[in-house]
Design a protein around this ligand. Sequence first.
Ligand code: GAL
Length: 652
Amino acid sequence: MLGVCYYPEHWPETIWAEDAAEMVALGLKYVRIGEFAWSRLESAPGVFHFDWLDRAIDTLAKAGLKVIMCTPTATPPKWLIDLYPDILPVDVKTGQVRGFGSRRHYDFSSENYFREAMRITSVLGERYGEHPAICGWQTDNELACHDTTHSFSASTKTAFQQWCKQHYTDIDALNTAWGNVFWSMEYQNFEQIELPYLAVTETNPSHNLAYRRFSSDQVIRFHDEMIRILRQHAPNRFITHNFIPMSDTQTDNAALAKNLDFVSYDNYPLGRTDLFFANSSTADFKRYMRTGHPDYSSYAFDQSRGISKGPFWIMEQQPGPVNWARHNPRPEAGMVRLWSWQAFAHGAATVCFFRWRQVPFAQEQMHAGLKRTDNSAATAYHEIQQLYAELAKVPDLAQQHPAAKVAIVTETSAQWVTEIERQGDSYNQQQVEFAYYSALRQLGITVDFIGQDQDLSPYTLVIAPCLPIVSQQFITNCANSKATCVFGPRSGAKTAELTLAPELGPGLIQQLIPVKVLSVETTRPDCHDALHFAGKTFQSARWREELSEHAGLTVVARYHDNTAAVVKAKQCFYIGSLSCDEFLLAFFEALAQDLAIATNKLGKDLRSVQRGNLTFVFNYGADAVKLSLPEAAKLLVGTDVINAFDVVVYQQ
Ligand code: GAL
């Protein structure tokens, strides 16, 4: 249930056994190793050094730990780069080579790297695939982190041209699909196709979308081949990958996860809050500076659960200040325990902490560990002792499953469309989706994330906050389902090639609700208009659609000028505006009541979630709160007064 990331190559061998014994005493079961160790494993082509790794694995196993082995492909060594310089990726913003000296310095389209990465994977697989101490494998490390999905290299260009040829077959079909007659962009053959970067001004959105689909396919090709090799050598071992936030992979996450046994997520709530909420007001930002936003981590947990075959893991949990965000605050005392509990509450099977001991050298010397460099225990260490003791008080979590009545439909292409075609600076698909999710979570509603092709039968409410490209299959599923469907602005507005839907927005959604988007305006976030709903006034800003009004459509909310903002027909709602968070809360609260979906609204900083017959409550705020628990509730962790940054678990 608990584990840690460890780097035997960073520490003298004389302390490995002590470290391992202490990990076990702390309640840790798993230890992840090896993801950056290539230079120590192969010092020159074919010159391998496995002796130290053999001894490290033995030491950890002897102490009773299970080992998760990684492929070391996130850090190709210097000799390999010197041998094949085309491994290095090229920055799409500058056209400059991204050099050696950090990590992830490889291009997914370099055939030399593809071959070398699979070679080292085979070598490790052959040696350790059936090692009794190794329970599973992690592929690479945080694929796509540091913006490495896209590259401007010559090998990328050639591979993209081949991809286009496969997809469009005929150059005229590509010219038509992309609308290349505009600005004389037509190509005569596939070998002329450029990468959509470093042009004078914006490049064609359809070209951009094709490039993103191609880039995503390249990551998946690399990853799938690695999984295939590991499966050959490591039977009966799990294979997972540690994901960064789904918004940052620039890859189709569901496709990336498809061949894994389960998804792992690396949870850094403070670093991520610093980046994701960079534009929030000072007061809002400060409120969650040392806790992370109450819904940010669970957003990632629920997304991970959505694309994972088995229960997901946290492979890296932030243990204290990190070193890589714009600012790196210290978590409030108790938060490492809270985040870990929250992961379990949302369906995690295991939480591993990053890292065992803070390292005194190199890039991450300012990044906390469970232990300080002088080997003393850092704050999180004591929180893990507490967490381990508490975990023994709850029934086997593997028997308790999160069960949602509400689903958010999501897809990576939605993010791509909003990034490629900005239209208004303050529209960002991830922020829109998060605002919807956060409203539902404030109501205590459990949310599943699903793809367009998934079965809708478990759900009472299906929400697509932003889905510019909808499939006919999804619309048919909605039409055949009993669920109420809610579509956010921009949904259905585009064809699969990122051109305007011929029947106007919301495109195919008109089969469910006869509304047309007549025009769109975008505004500054601080220039809002009134939005009237259910006798109250809210705000609309950033994105506003002009909606048609007909018989058969009920207007649910109106703008200041009395035009329709939210419309409804039968079981389907269409929202034509980006609104304030308060509107989303009021709208979904009313809808949940109509649909008899249970809610548990505890206030701005409190969240509750169900896993099977367990209810978990989290307090992200600085004040203690008295909870009114159901009569049948049996408290397992905490009391009915939840302290600041604390956790309560009860069964009923
Ligand atoms: C993760 C990464 C780790 C380490 C950590 C620091 O993104 O996988 O290797 O760099 O961040 O927070």
